[in-house]
Design a binder for this molecule. Structure first.
Ligand code: FEO
Length: 135
């Protein structure tokens, strides 16, 4: 069973970004499934690595889009990305060193952060980017 399901209310009205957000949902669900199924650290570690890498890729894409179009709240938006990336990378290191395990609180944190960020911070740029012809 999926931890989070995509629905239209998550749309930021920019096609490429919606596709990337959907991929992030898929990776979080894959991680959740692996945790629930008691998959080994090698399997879960690979999914976690993929999630961290793809999150960085997505943030870089979004930041380039926002900066390139002169989005006024770019700095604050990037600061949120940097904070989240720092937390997840820190967890990833602890996981790789065997000091942390996958658990429901972590999955809940990932889900809540992502959905709140998309519905709050990300959706604030929709009309700005659409107004610049980006959709
Ligand atoms: Fe889609 Fe600001 O992350």
């Amino acid at each position: 069973m999926a931890l989070i399901n995509w629905e239209n209310s998550y749309s930021v009205k920019v096609k490429n970004v919606d596709t990337q957000h959907q991929k992030l949902f898929t990776l979080i669900n894959d991680l959740y499934d692996a945790m629930n199924q008691g998959k080994g650290r090698d399997v879960t570690g690979k999914i976690l690595d993929e999630l961290v890498t793809y999150t960085k890729t997505h943030f870089a894409y979004e930041e380039q889009l926002l900066k390139g179009n002169g989005y006024p709240a770019f700095a604050a938006h990037k600061a949120e990305h940097d904070l989240f990336t720092g937390k997840v990378v820190d967890f990833q290191k602890q996981y790789q060193e065997g000091k942390a395990s996958l658990a429901l609180p972590l999955m809940t944190f990932l889900k809540d952060w992502l959905t709140n960020h998309i519905r709050g911070t990300d959706q604030k740029y929709s009309s700005f980017l659409n107004g610049k012809g980006v959709s």
